[in-house]
Every structure is written in structure tokens, then in C-alpha cells.
Write a protein that binds this ligand. Structure first.
Ligand SMILES: [Zn+2]
Length: 394
């Protein structure tokens, strides 16, 4: 699900009706709120969502003015109050306040009541005009800066304090990004010293987010283990949890940025099938290796999602022995983990990870270049700068 928000225009009559209905809805919201409080004082119970909706429909039935508002729009006020109260009951917010008309600025068509009458290109290039009919209100001209998909689940109208009107469409499905074809294909080897090395020689260093805060992490976890149960312990636990959360957020953010750079640069990305890696690995897994696996699966799922969003492809291949086989002649070597370079009788002397990525590329059906590319950082190839993670020092 995602939202497309466009500027909209309407005749002065329609705008006057929109504002008038917003005032009515605000009134209804406050009435529902009072009724809920009154019931709670009498019975000690809050009204549930169904009861609030029914109450809203009853209000509408009894009032000629309320009947001007489309029924589902009117009922949606009950949902809005219910959600605000739910946040209060969850301890996330204070009790919903009485709403003031000047601050009640949007209404929602949750399912029906809206219809697109026509769509035609706007005079200025890519944009288009959508004529949108809203039951009980009238016709709005919506200036759309991107095409509107078929599956729209709801429509919301909002008036800003400066009286601009915006229409939001809630769309089912994923957002697709227009991304140019580059004709480029690369395989990617995930590693520890470099986070990744591509078969055309680009590498990205591991950002080491945890290492940067390791001393703080250690002192906080030592503090935590010394604390007995109680409020102090809870405080220490929270501080540690917040630190780890920031590490995870910074890492996720970094992975997304990197995935977007790669998806703009390459049409197809070949990578090792991490499920196969897990299956072929022996039982003696160290903690480091476990953390590495978690990181790699996270990065891999982000890569797949971002490439799909760009309409591009991630292809997974079996990585067995990809780092031990010479990518030029196919001889297998016994490399230990500390060997960073593969040296082969055929004359190939190559970075271990770059060699592995060339093998992955071949397994996906592309012949690697005869002369492997020079290794260079990916950040130079892209216009993007590697940003510092959002940490305080120390
Ligand atoms: Zn060789």
C-alpha cells in the first residue's frame, strides 16, 4: 500500500460545500466523543467500533444537513475517533480532544462514493488532469504528476490552512520506480572485509556500524549485567536497546541507499543463494558467522525488493566453491580464509572476492571478461556520497 497525493481544484460552490461538510463532520466527531464519554461514565465501558459506527449512522439519519454528506464518509468519522481513542487506550497518546472546526481539515471515502470521470494529458508535459466525482460534494480537477493505478482502495480530500485542496489515493500494491535500462549485468560477492565486490570490479567497504559504537555498547551491557531488577535496570536496558536500534536503523538505511545505487546501475544482479549457503554450512557456526548471515539475508531481501521496485532482476545462483575455483581455467584451489588473493597456474592472480563474483556471473550464464576489471570503490562510480552514520561520538 502507498499513497499518491495530488493538488486538486474545484468550483467555488464545490469548495464551499466541502468546507461546510468538514464543519458538519467535526460536529459529528465531537458528538460521538461526548456520547462515548457519557456511556463510559454510566457503564464503565467504552463504545466499540461497531457501536460508534451505528451511532454515526443514526445521527446522520436524524439530521437533514448531515444527509448531504455521503454515508460512508460520515461513518468514517467514527473510525477516526475510534483510532484516536485506541492510541489513548494503548498509552500512545492522550485522550482525543474536542476538535475545533478550523483544525478539522480532511474527509475520507473509505470504499465507494468516488468515480473517475476522465483523464487527459495536461498542457505541460507529463502531468494529467483527472476529473474526479465525489458523491455529495461534486467534481474535482486533480492535477496528477504520475499515472494513477487501477487498484485504489480509498480517497481522501484535505484542505490546507491556506485553502489549498489535496486529494490522496491509497493504492494497493508496490510502488514502481521509473528506472532506465543500462544493459549492465554484474555478479556480487558478499564478504567481510568488503561488504561486496562486483564482477566488474566495484567494491563497497563494510560500514562497521556496530564497531563504531562498540566501546559504548560494552560499557552499557556491563552496566546492565550489574544492575539488579528494578527501575535502574529498566533504564539501562532501554539505553542499550536504543543504541542497538540506532545501529540497526543506520545499517538498514545504508543497505537501502546502496541497493538503490545498484538498481540504477545494473539491470541484472547475480548473487549467491543464501539458502544454499546455509544448508551447505557445517554445524559449527560461530557468533560472528551467525551475525554475518543475518546481515547478508537482510541486505539480500532489501536488494530483491528494491530491484523489483525498479523493474529489474536479482538472480540467485548456487555459490558452492565459488571462492576456490579459478574463474579463468576452472582449477580448484585450497584457499584458507586468510588468503585474500587467488594465484593459479594459468597465470591468474586476482582478489579472492572478485574471482568469486566472476564465478557467480558465469553460473548465471554470462561469460566473464577475459581481463578482469581493476578494483575501485563503487561510490566513485555513482554520484552518491557515502554518508556518515547518525551517531554521536563516544
Ligand atoms: Zn586458473
Amino acid at each position: 500500500m502507498y499513497t499518491l497525493r495530488f493538488r486538486a481544484y474545484a468550483s467555488s460552490d464545490v469548495l464551499r460545500e466541502l468546507k461546510s461538510q468538514l464543519r458538519l463532520l467535526c460536529e459529528a466527531y465531537n458528538t460521538l466523543r461526548y456520547a462515548d464519554i457519557a456511556f463510559h461514565e454510566r457503564d464503565g465501558k467504552w463504545l466499540n467500533r461497531t457501536e460508534l459506527r451505528q451511532l454515526a449512522l443514526d445521527l446522520r439519519r436524524q439530521d437533514r444537513e448531515y444527509k448531504r454528506v455521503f454515508s460512508q464518509v460520515f461513518q468514517n468519522v467514527a473510525d477516526r475517533y475510534c483510532e484516536a481513542r485506541y492510541r489513548f487506550l494503548q498509552g500512545l497518546a492522550r485522550f482525543p480532544r474536542e476538535r475545533k472546526p478550523e483544525r478539522y481539515r480532511s474527509l475520507v471515502y473509505p470504499q465507494k462514493g468516488w468515480k473517475i470521470l476522465s483523464t487527459r494529458p495536461a498542457r505541460s508535459g507529463r502531468k494529467s488532469w483527472i476529473h474526479l466525482s465525489l458523491s455529495g460534494l461534486g467534481v474535482f480537477k486533480v492535477l496528477a504528476h504520475r499515472p494513477l493505478p487501477d487498484k485504489i482502495s480509498r480517497v481522501a480530500v484535505k484542505v490546507t490552512p491556506t485553502n489549498k485542496v489535496f486529494v490522496s489515493f491509497l493504492v494497493e500494491g508496490d510502488l514502481h520506480v521509473q528506472s532506465e535500462r543500462t544493459g549492465k549485468v554484474a555478479a556480487l560477492d558478499l564478504g567481510i572485509s568488503h561488504l561486496l565486490v562486483t564482477s566488474d570490479g566495484h567494491y563497497v567497504d563494510n560500514p562497521r556500524f556496530l564497531e563504531r559504537v562498540l566501546s559504548r555498547y560494552r560499557s552499557l551491557s556491563r552496566l546492565l549485567s550489574r544492575k539488579r531488577k528494578g527501575s535502574n535496570r529498566e533504564k539501562a536496558r532501554l539505553r542499550l536497546a536504543r543504541l542497538l536500534e540506532r545501529v540497526i536503523n543506520a545499517k538498514t538505511d545504508f543497505y537501502y541507499k546502496l541497493a538503490n545505487v545498484l538498481a540504477r546501475y545494473y539491470d541484472v544482479l547475480v548473487m549467491e543463494d543464501l539458502n544454499v549457503v546455509k544448508m551447505t554450512r557445517d554445524g559449527s557456526r560461530t557468533l560472528n558467522r551467525h551475525l554475518r548471515d543475518v546481515s547478508f539475508s537482510r541486505f539480500s531481501s532489501i536488494l530483491k525488493w528494491v530491484f523489483q521496485k525498479h523493474g529489474k532482476e536479482v538472480r540467485e545462483v548456487n555459490p558452492a566453491y565459488s571462492s576456490q575455483i579459478c574463474s579463468r581455467c576452472g582449477r580448484r584451489h585450497n584457499l584458507s580464509l586468510s588468503d585474500r588473493v587467488i594465484t593459479c597456474q594459468c597465470g591468474l592472480v586476482l582478489d579472492r572476492d572478485l574471482n568469486a563474483s566472476l564465478n557467480l556471473l558465469r553460473r548465471a550464464g554470462w561469460e566473464p571478461p577475459v581481463e578482469p576489471a581493476e578494483m575501485r570503490p563503487l561510490w566513485q562510480a555513482s554520484s552518491m556520497k557515502q554518508e556518515a552514520p547518525p551517531f554521536r561520538a563516544g
